[in-house]
Write a protein that binds this ligand. Sequence first.
Ligand SMILES: Nc1ncnc2c1ncn2[C@@H]1O[C@H](COP(=O)(O)OP(=O)(O)O)[C@@H](O)[C@H]1O
Ligand SMILES: [Mg+2]
Length: 330
Amino acid sequence: MGFLEVQDLKIHYPIRGGILNTIQDYVRAVDGVSLKIESGKTYGLVGESGSGKTTIGKTIVGLEKATSGKILYEGENVTNKARSRNKKYANYNKDVQMIFQDSTSSMNPKKRIIDVMGEPMKNYFDYTPAEIKRRVAELLDIVGMNAEAMYKYPHEFSGGQRQRIGVARAVASDPKLIIADEPTSALDLSVQAQVLNFMRRIQKEYNLSYLFISHDLGVVQHMSDDIAIMHRGRFVERGPKQEIYQNPQHIYTKRLLSAIPDMDPTKRASQKVERQRVEAEYDAQEAEYYDENGRVYDLQPFDGDHMVALKPDEPNSSLQNETINTGGEA
Ligand SMILES: Nc1ncnc2c1ncn2[C@@H]1O[C@H](COP(=O)(O)OP(=O)(O)O)[C@@H](O)[C@H]1O
Ligand SMILES: [Mg+2]
């Protein structure tokens, strides 16, 4: 059993308009996705901008509301309960934290790092000021920063340092799951690698699970155990990492894979040719992989836990006739 499970989650936003400002339609930001995150593992969520990744993460931590579907934490239904004042969900709020691309945007610029990081410690553990100081120094050390940093303000740090502070702050509440939404997307490649290394280190140290969100399949590859590929608010494919990378089935997954830049510069030219081939294949086959409204099909089992959104087989018409309920009328 996954310790966090999302079942058929939908998040629709009304679009209002007209002179009466009535609901005209809905943005189907997330339109029926299911996933299971295992304890101590990383679930990679990949897709282009606008596919619905952030909305899933925000709904898990209660920053958005689910329209339908379920979120289960250790078997308990926590759908739309995060951030509620009900004591029953206090553990959930503590255990599940989210970090964003720019973690300082959610930090009060007038607060020093010790106060920013000390907040969850005060809220959840009743730490004394001396205990907070010791623990903040410990966490800063874990993410490779000097204890002196605790007396500075968020804007005094570089992007990479700020993301490390963001990770350290998320860890301050002693969580079990961190939702990391593009945590390294704004960073240079070398700094990116540093932050990812810290994330992996603390994962082992604290037996953390991650929901690792990125538009970059290359980054997710190094971090994840399981992967879901998202497009237009739905999953086109999901499964164990090696299945997704070595045996991709959906045309959109293949397209994302071909876009990962090869680290070997001598291979770039041949990669460019390959990418153009996959792009042409995508254009030619798109109609087979999406329904007439451009919607991603439902997932079907492909091989074990490897699921792919493929067009359902045409129903066998003779069988269909046989199963029509005639109601026993004379
Ligand atoms: N509060 C909102 N109201 C209306 N539409 C929204 C809202 N939040 C997100 N969306 C839309 O939902 C879709 C998915 O957004 P998002 O989850 O941010 O995608 P991603 O993180 O994959 O880039 C986008 O089309 C976005 O414009
Ligand atoms: Mg996003």
